[in-house]
Design a protein around this ligand. Structure first.
Ligand code: IPE
Ligand code: IPE
Ligand code: MG
Length: 251
């Protein structure tokens, strides 16, 4: 099994996933898009468990984008229902396994009852440190940057921030989850080679892994494959390969 090819000391700390392909998975089986989403929920369960077992410290799942609000009403309702159901059925196990839940996005657009449930789950699990599970819901990367810029402008106006001091580090501290590291690995299922407004700031140096596997078919073994691929790459951050391999020498 691929897991034997994994180097345990080089597990990416933060894995982010664009969970795409539910609709096409369903279409190929002559089933409704909603059934595709329902099947996708099983993948969420399996991948959260799998990531935790593999030692990933932060797992961010793109569950619903700001643009997804414009899908047919019935589909939006189904996606919201599934998130609700996930919280009902999985939070106990997550908590038992030391998993901390977080959420990023414009959460004020969610129905109050769902928002309350998310807040309660976050509160209940906030001391857990085994793994952080971040749901990006009602999330847009540009919106996150705009929201940060607004708060920065307000702080500048209130004299809490000197704009001349503004740098990347301070800017990033205004994003939705400033305490979390940037994703090391960004996985997209369902073949498309695009970022679709996900974590625009944070993926600056993430390794991208795109797979043809549709989200409802994605399981721990697929995650392992992605991790093995990641471990075979060299992250250069703009440097030369020689510099990366011998950082102390003047290569
Ligand atoms: C991903 O699957 C789920 C969400 C975007 C919420 P899609 O519903 O986008 O599936 P495809 O891309 O149409 O196959
Ligand atoms: C990205 O998938 C959003 C989520 C997975 C939540 P989409 O299906 O919405 O993205 P596009 O439309 O293919 O870019
Ligand atoms: Mg899609």
């Amino acid at each position: 099994m691929a897991q034997r090819r994994l180097q345990p000391d080089r597990i990416p700390r933060h894995v982010a996933i664009i969970m795409d392909g539910n609709g096409r998975w369903a279409e190929a089986r002559e089933r409704s898009r909603n059934e595709g989403h329902r099947a996708g929920l099983e993948s969420v369960r399996a991948v959260v468990r799998g990531a935790h077992e593999l030692g990933v410290k932060v797992l961010t799942l793109y569950a619903f984008s700001l643009e997804n609000w414009d899908r047919p009403k019935e589909e939006v309702e189904q996606l919201m229902r599934l998130l609700d159901r996930y919280l009902d059925s999985e939070i106990d196990e997550c908590h038992r396994n030391g998993i901390r839940l977080r959420a990023i996005g414009r959460l004020d657009r969610l129905a109050p009852a769902l928002r309350k449930k998310i807040d309660a789950a976050i509160e209940r699990t906030h001391e857990n440190r085994e793994m952080t599970l971040v749901f990006a819901v009602s999330y847009g990367g540009r919106a996150e940057i705009v929201d940060a810029a607004q708060r920065i402008a307000r702080d500048a106006e209130d004299g809490k921030l000197d704009v001349n001091q503004l740098d990347e580090k301070i800017f990033a501290s205004y994003l939705y989850a400033p305490d979390l590291p940037d994703p090391d690995l960004l996985i997209r299922t369902g073949s498309e080679s695009r970022v679709s407004n996900f974590l625009l700031w944070q993926v600056a140096y993430s390794e991208l892994y795109i797979t043809g596997t549709m989200w409802p078919d994605f399981r721990k073994t697929h995650l392992v494959e992605a991790l093995v691929d990641y471990q075979n790459r060299e992250r250069r951050y703009g440097l030369t390969s020689a510099q990366v391999r011998a950082p102390s020498e003047d290569a």
